[in-house]
Design a protein around this ligand. Structure first.
Ligand code: UDX
Length: 434
């Protein structure tokens, strides 16, 4: 059993803290945000994530998981400290390292005995790990050692707890071999492959993995544009491709494209890293362009099907960037809604959990209305757009929706519905190459 401090209790930090506590460690989560910490102390979590509320509550009650805004309190007993703060993009696309650097400074200033500092935040290779190590070294009390280990996080929102307990791998980058072994030992109960490498390669692996997955999505979206022109069904094509083990079945869903806090930020950051090193990556720019293009293509498809958008009423089902989360960061749904409103359409939107988060960030339009359920959202509309892959949209009473709509267009932006069933009800079913 270790004493562990986790700095930053966002998706990555809170999930890491709760899962480590569940494995039997004593964990204290630290965050500057007093509101967040007091919510957590009352057993409430600040975002929607399956399984996490129960896990936090159980471990908090068992005394293995606590929260504080004070570094010294969290650091008192810690043998290991995980840095899990954000690295949001700067206007140039580079990752903003200021929260990581401040966390390292605070950790070093509060340290009273040797410990291992584990960097989980996604940080660009090229001097950043070295800089964090230097910040630690220059602020630690004399005679106290705190080796840095880079250990990127690969969890997905919406399945964060499951992914943490069932990781595909752990990537551990360190200059200090015994610190690396100690971190590897934390993963032993999870029985996953562990890659021990240097810090730069560990950092780069995270960017390369996210860029590859984003590429897979942009690839299938590009193929769907061609498939549409030749009359091929993209779902059959993706299925046929996915049976090949070398390709793999996942991340071949054509549609509105990727959003969220990782892929858009990390692909942009990787292309910025490349440019900083004198290399313009046409490839990564193509991945981003294709992804942005899927959003305008969605609006163009609706425009064509409705004979113009001005004055038309469009129901948008789904606001989150994907199902099982209330996260709307870089959500394709929100950019499509903005484009629809700009082109004079009325939008009636619904999401099972993301309406409050969407309302906080989406510019309000007179022509945008949030509706309490999918049926109210579809009422009086000319078209329905499925923008998020919430499974419950599949089991809606689509014949009831059909009756309540003056127009009969369904644009399935996530390939969620059965085209034959929807067409049989009298809808004009549109998708990306169906
Ligand atoms: C991703 C990575 O999967 C994870 O390993 C990393 O640590 C963080 O970034 P996340 O952003 O939570 O996780 O979600 P993910 O399930 O990967 O989906 C990302 C986006 O891609 C979503 O907008 C999703 O709708 C979209 N997507 C996914 C597609 O458009 N098509 C697909 O086939 C798969």
């Amino acid at each position: 059993m270790k004493h562990i401090a986790v700095i930053g209790v966002g998706y990555v930090g809170l999930t890491t803290a709760a899962c480590l506590a569940e494995l039997g460690h004593h964990v204290v989560g630290v965050d500057m945000d007093e509101g967040k910490i007091s919510m957590l102390r009352q057993g409430r979590i600040p975002f929607s994530e399956p399984e996490l509320p129960e896990l936090v509550e159980r471990n908090h009650q068992a005394g293995r998981l606590d929260f504080t805004t004070a570094y010294p309190e969290a650091m008192q007993q810690a043998d290991m400290v995980f840095i899990c703060v954000g690295t949001p993009p700067t206007p140039s696309g580079h990752a903003d390292m200021s929260q990581v650097e401040e966390a390292a400074r605070q950790v070093a200033l509060s340290a009273r005995h040797p410990l291992i500092v584990i960097l989980k935040s996604t940080t660009p290779p090229g001097g950043n790990a070295e800089r964090v190590a230097a910040i630690l070294a220059s602020h630690l009390p004399l005679g106290i050692n705190a080796p840095l280990v880079v250990n990127p996080e690969f969890l997905r929102e919406g399945s964060a707890v499951y992914d943490t307990f069932h990781p595909d791998r752990a990537v551990i980058g360190a200059w200090d071999a015994s610190a690396a072994e100690e971190v590897a030992a934390l993963y032993a109960p999870l029985r996953c492959p562990v890659l021990l490498t240097d810090p730069v390669s560990a950092q780069f692996t995270k960017y390369a993995s996210n860029a590859f997955l984003a590429t897979k999505i942009s690839f299938i979206n590009e193929i769907s544009r061609i498939a549409e022109r030749v009359g091929a069904n993209i779902h059959a094509v993706a299925q046929g491709m996915g049976f090949d083990d070398r390709i793999g079945a996942e991340f071949l869903e054509a549609g509105l494209g990727y959003g969220g806090s990782c892929f858009p930020k990390d692909v942009l950051a990787l292309s910025a890293i490349a440019e900083q090193h004198g290399y313009y990556s046409q490839f990564l720019h193509a991945v981003m362009d294709i992804n942005a293009g899927q959003r305008s293509l969605t609006v163009a498809k609706l425009d064509e099907a409705l004979g113009g958008l001005h004055g038309k009423r469009v129901c948008v089902l789904g606001l989150a960037f994907k199902s099982h989360t209330d996260d709307v960061r870089e959500s394709p749904a929100l950019s499509v809604i903005s484009m629809l409103c700009q082109q004079g359409a009325y939008v009636q939107a619904h999401d099972p959990v993301a309406m409050p988060t969407a309302q906080k960030v989406q510019p309000s339009h007179d022509t945008l209305k949030y509706c309490p359920d999918a049926y109210t959202a579809a009422l009086g509309c000319h078209a329905v757009l499925i923008a998020t892959n919430w499974p419950e949209f599949r089991s809606l009473d689509w014949s009831r929706i059909h009756t309540s709509m003056p127009g009969k267009v369904v644009l399935d932006g996530r390939g969620l519905l059965s085209p034959d069933e929807i067409r049989a009800m009298g809808f004009e079913y549109l998708a990306f190459a169906n």
